[in-house]
Write a protein that binds this ligand. Structure first.
Ligand SMILES: [Zn+2]
Length: 212
């Protein structure tokens, strides 16, 4: 298994992640955040086949390269079911306030508990865990065998996701982190949208969670 973290520059910098089976060179892209040319170049250089794009949530800074990669490479994209509405509506994905409206109408739905495996390597599989709070559609993609989780903007190294945007819910965020993320094995590596990787154990003293 190979995980490649790629910081992508848009209005802000967001991490995209390649989750790749090195043997078959097939894999998934988590959060085609921005800079589609950079992502396409990495895919080409490595001779990878990206089967699907998975989106941790429908905020503008996580979806900026989706349209072009979908068009250019024919890759389908997936989001937790209620996120389809965020992708369709610039006032929900917040692109309406960034000068360049994003409207994505062709997403496939993910359900809580669903497992998305790499077609050529079924041992590499990500379970969808719904973690509402930062947004109603936030999802974690969790590989229990390899002890990795892609957590989007729900939790960061030493911090947690913002909830002051439309559709944010602080109580739900804290509940989701406590019940769905801090309950994973201690050595699970957490890959977030805007920080260096961390682990469940490391976040036991996350200052935003002390009171949870
Ligand atoms: Zn976000």
């Amino acid at each position: 298994m190979l995980i490649k973290q790629v910081p992508l520059s848009g209005v802000i910098t967001t991490n995209g992640y390649f989750y790749i089976d090195e043997q078959s060179r097939h894999g998934l892209l988590i959060d085609a955040a921005a800079e589609p040319e950079v992502l396409a170049q990495i895919i080409k250089e490595n001779d990878w086949v990206i089967e699907k794009i998975l989106l941790t949530h429908g905020h503008f800074d996580h979806i900026g390269a989706v349209a072009q990669l979908h068009r250019q490479l024919g890759v389908p994209y997936y989001i937790y079911e209620v996120g389809k509405e965020m992708l369709r509506r610039p006032e929900f994905n917040l692109s309406a306030f960034m000068g360049d409206e994003i409207v994505l109408d062709g997403a496939q739905s993910l359900a809580d508990g669903e497992v998305v495996a790499i077609e050529t390597q079924p041992k590499m599989a990500l379970k969808v865990i719904h973690v509402p709070g930062h947004t109603p559609d936030s999802a974690v993609f969790y590989d229990a065998d390899n002890k990795v989780a892609f957590v989007g903007d729900t939790i960061f190294k030493g911090s947690v996701g913002a909830t002051h945007f439309p559709l944010g819910d602080e109580a739900a965020l804290k509940r989701s982190i406590k019940e769905k993320i801090m309950s994973l094995p201690e050595d699970t590596i957490l890959y977030s949208g805007h920080s260096e990787p961390t682990t469940v154990a490391n976040e036991r003293d996350n200052p935003f969670l002390i009171s949870v």
